[in-house]
Design a protein around this ligand. Structure first.
Ligand SMILES: [Zn+2]
Ligand SMILES: [Zn+2]
Length: 602
């Protein structure tokens, strides 16, 4: 007789998964019937067909002419237009000719826009009508509109809830759209209240210090609230504004709130929004107890990680959001926490697993009323389909190949290549097991072990990474293996010795074995396979009006690419480790906005 199958263990992850599919049912349950959401736009074609571009590159090196392209259906027209077929292998013909880029089809417009139908939140027939301002509504995606409905319906029932969407789904803009529909409105048909009419109390936003600016920026971009930040030395001046000038939104950090909770809890808030609300997972923390002092019933939480480790964390967050919604703490522990933990064990008896499963479903159904949680895949996955990753293999130049081969012949690499050959001393062991663990003739080995001439415990494998780095540098640009004047003198000596060895008879071609300052030499793509490929791709992309981000992890490579861009006449900017923090955002903004900026080096 066979033993019964082992019970299925239930994990915390499965509970987390189960929290997902609650979609927007609670958001829709109380709202008026709405028109079905529009069909998702079809998958967009890639902006340019890199496979065609690759063919073109390949053609310039070896192929006499590409095969004639077969007739293509109309839908591929954009990609086809973008990648003209070369007609011969000569350089002039291979380089793309200037031509106008075809207008993109409407579906390919870059910024996703929601439908323009008004987003009315209040139930049909109810007055005043509450709706999201068109200026925000037109920029909302479908899932964001659902999120705004969800937040409003909670608000209308005089309590709060948790927006638990994945990071990147726009929790901030959903919140601002929701606030824009309900804050500062009097009974004048949703018009923003002026000095007449009853003003509502202000909104409190609690968030980590690091995102205060972000909230401020988003508010100024999307809404015309009177917003103030309560943070830093002069913070108490801000409080006077609440009374005197009709402040509508106050943003403060967790740290400030923890110490100033008495002052802030004295204020009558219309509603409170806690960003990164998983910070409320511990009921014994000072932040949690301080938040309990906030008097409003309308408590909203935003978080992408609603539960990090323990089920009790869920209780703490929800018990703050809607006090009592999950019963009292002891009941929750007995009814959900303990059974779920028991059922989760691998050795749990079947009946424990069944109870856990039932309780889990029950918990999820209770949470649904107050929690909206969506993933990237189910919401904006279809928008990401136009993105393609392409890897372009670049043929090394002839000099690069010669240098690469000489590098492979270096004793440092040979000892690794030959490690499994029989040892020359006649023993039955391999070289690496016997006599050839160290290589005093190797330039890299000698440098690595200049303090311990007998080798290190890792020998010869301590050579793997340094040798790979050298091979990678040769493949990227020959200039990179020359000594760097910023290095210590010992390392420079070693690099100069190695460079001389691998350049050998090609030393003149690469401008000597010392670091070159020669602009014409460095900016020339002739001896660098990657730059030759880049030259053609840049030319093609810029002709199409695309902007290009050009990344390198090496500052020296960025220096070389910069010279290359100057020589080619591209308009570019550069952002690297030396760019001051406070200059970075404006540099990015300028690159995005200025039509003349073609390339950004980073
Ligand atoms: Zn041996
Ligand atoms: Zn070693």
């Amino acid at each position: 007789r066979k033993p019964p199958p082992p019970p299925v263990a239930m994990s915390l992850n499965r509970l987390k998964e189960t929290l997902l599919p609650c979609s927007s049912s609670s958001a829709q349950s109380q709202s008026q019937p709405r028109s079905p959401s529009p069909p998702r736009p079809p998958r967009r074609p890639p902006k340019t067909s890199l496979s065609q571009q690759l063919l073109r590159l390949e053609a310039s090196y070896s192929l006499p002419a590409p095969p004639p392209s077969p007739p293509k259906p109309l839908s591929q027209k954009t990609a086809e237009d973008a990648a003209e077929q070369p007609t011969s292998s000569s350089e002039e013909d291979v380089a793309p000719r200037p031509r106008r880029r075809p207008a993109p089809p409407p579906a390919a417009s870059f910024e996703p826009r929601g439908p323009y139908e008004p987003l009315v939140l209040s139930p049909l027939g109810e007055h005043p009508i509450v709706q999201v301002p068109p200026s925000i509504n037109c920029r909302l995606l479908a899932h964001q509109r659902d999120g705004v409905r969800f937040l409003y319906n909670l608000y209308r029932n005089n309590h709060g809830g948790v927006l638990g969407d994945d990071m990147g789904l726009g929790k901030t803009i959903q919140t601002i759209a929701f606030l824009s529909s309900v804050i500062g409105k009097d009974n004048n048909q949703g018009e923003k209240s002026t000095d007449k009419g009853k003003k509502s109390s202000p909104v409190l936003i609690l968030c980590p210090t690091s995102v205060i600016r972000n909230w401020e920026n988003e508010f100024s971009e999307w809404a015309n609230f009177s917003v103030a930040v309560y943070h830093g030395p002069n913070r108490d001046l801000v409080l006077e504004k609440i009374e005197g000038q009709g402040l509508e939104v106050l943003i403060t950090s967790f740290d400030t709130f923890r110490t100033r909770d008495k002052v802030l809890c004295d204020i009558s808030w219309e509603l409170v929004v806690v960003d990164e609300a998983h910070r409320l997972k511990n009921e014994k923390s000072k932040l949690y107890t301080a938040c309990l002092g906030i008097t409003t019933q309308k408590r909203f939480c935003l978080t992408g990680t609603i539960m990090q480790n323990k089920i009790m964390e869920l209780f703490n967050v929800f018990d703050w959001v809607v006090p009592g919604c999950l019963g009292d703490r002891e009941h929750f522990r007995e009814y959900y926490d303990e059974p779920l933990k028991h059922g989760q064990r691998l050795s749990a008896p079947e009946r424990f697993v069944q109870v856990a499963d039932k309780r889990k479903k029950h918990l999820v159904s209770v949470l649904k009323k107050f929690l909206l949680r969506r993933t990237k895949e189910e919401t904006i996955g279809h928008l990401m389909l136009g993105k393609e990753d392409n890897i372009v293999f670049c043929r090394m130049s002839d000099v690069q190949k010669r240098v690469y081969r000489r590098m492979l012949q270096q004793p440092d690499i040979q000892i690794l290549v030959n490690k499994d050959l029989p040892c020359s001393c006649g023993s039955p062991l391999t070289q690496v097991e016997c006599c050839k663990k160290i290589e005093p003739r190797g330039i890299i080995w000698s440098y690595l072990h200049r303090e311990n001439l007998d080798g290190c415990p890792l020998c010869p494998f301590c050579l793997v990474l340094p040798c790979l780095v050298k091979l990678q540098q040769i493949s990227n640009h020959l200039e990179l293996i020359k000594p760097n004047p910023r290095d210590e003198i010992e390392k420079q000596k070693k690099d100069a010795e190695l460079a001389a060895a691998v350049f050998d008879t090609d030393i003149e071609l690469v401008g000597g074995s010392a670091k070159s300052e020669n602009f014409m030499g460095l900016s020339d793509s002739e001896h660098c396979g990657k730059m030759r490929a880049l030259e053609r791709l840049l030319s093609l992309w810029t002709l199409q009006g695309d902007k290009i981000l050009l990344f390198s992890y090496s500052v020296r490579m960025l220096d070389i690419l910069e010279k290359f861009l100057i020589r080619k006449g591209y308009c570019f900017s550069r952002l690297d480790g030396s760019t001051p923090m406070n200059a970075r955002q404006s540099l990015v903004d300028e690159f995005n906005k200025s039509p003349s900026k073609q390339v950004n080096l980073c």
